[in-house]
Design a protein around this ligand. Structure first.
Ligand code: HH2
Length: 281
């Protein structure tokens, strides 16, 4: 029996994302892109309207709503079998996305930036991802100082799981993410991947997001983020081997195929809830 995994396809409805800013800014283009990602194997479609690249400007809620909600609604109708995720730190955006058909909240602040977010996720019975980050995208580059990055990330995620469950979110509805590239140096990203089993040991399903990130470019000499697919595949396959089960990527087809093959080789761990290796037709 192969290991189970889910691919989360990235639908950036932004003018300024680090690798594909502007490509899917138009609603129809974003919905078309999401449909293609689902056909290529994405079980989850992660719709975001605010870039989190280091130094990215904040986006007002009104503008984020305008970007994200029509795309979530379009995808919920066009790809009803997909799990639609909203990549936001704002409760008002998450609420509108949940109304429009999303059922997963990917909050890179792990429910910290908006005091209404945890209660919203709990009330709506949504699934969520709690990710490690320090500061915010404007300040995080200066905060990559740790005695032991893995120990710090693990303790932070355990604290955020406690906060989320206290707010009424069931443990089974929580995924955790070490936040590759968020307030981390390249070496710290590699250390997290090397010791990812320590994050897996926390308990919840682990999501990783290495796709096209700059540490891959530095290791391979690839300045253009679109040329970082091989590095993306290598890190995702290694993460699968370490027990991660959700893979947030731009290039869904290639990563899906790599994981589908690797899943037949890695030891089968705990089954991930709701995960499967069947590609959507
Ligand atoms: N990375 C990005 C955005 N959201 N969410 C989770 N859970 N994990 C990640 O690693 C993660 C994330 C950054 O990638 P991208 O969306 O392509 O870029 P941008 O933030 O510039 O739109």
């Amino acid at each position: 029996m192969p290991a189970s995994f889910s691919v989360m396809g990235i639908v950036n409805v932004t003018p300024d994302s680090f690798s594909d800013g502007g490509e899917w800014f138009d609603t129809d283009a974003a919905v078309r892109h999401g449909r293609e990602l689902a056909a290529a194997g994405a079980e989850i479609l992660d719709v975001g309207g605010e870039s989190t690249r280091p130094g990215a400007p904040a986006v007002e809620a009104e503008e984020e709503l305008r970007r994200v909600v029509p795309v979530v609604a379009g995808l919920a109708e066009a790809v009803p079998r997909a799990v639609i995720s909203v990549d936001t730190t704002k409760a008002v955006v998450a609420a509108a996305a949940l109304d429009a058909g999303a059922s997963y909240v990917n909050d890179v602040s792990a429910l910290r930036f908006d005091p209404d977010m945890a209660a919203l996720v709990a009330e709506r019975g949504a699934r969520c991802c709690l990710m490690h980050m320090r500061g915010d995208p404007r300040t995080m580059a200066g905060e990559a100082r740790y005695d032991d990055v893995v120990d710090t990330v693990r303790a932070h995620l355990e604290e955020r799981i406690e906060a989320a469950t206290q707010a009424g979110i069931p443990l089974a509805a929580i995924d955790v993410d070490p936040g590759i590239g968020f307030a981390k140096t390249g070496e710290q990203n590699l250390e997290l991947l090397r010791r990812l089993d320590e994050i897996v040991a926390i308990g919840p399903r682990v999501l990783v997001g290495t796709s096209r990130k700059s540490f891959l470019g530095r290791l391979t000499g690839r300045d253009d983020p679109r040329q970082r697919l091989a590095g993306t595949i290598a890190t995702n396959v290694l993460a699968l081997q370490s027990g991660a089960r959700v893979f947030r990527v731009h290039d869904v087809g290639a990563v899906y195929d790599a994981l589908a093959v690797a899943a037949h080789v890695v030891p089968v761990g705990r089954a991930a809830p709701g995960a499967s290796v069947a590609r959507h037709g």
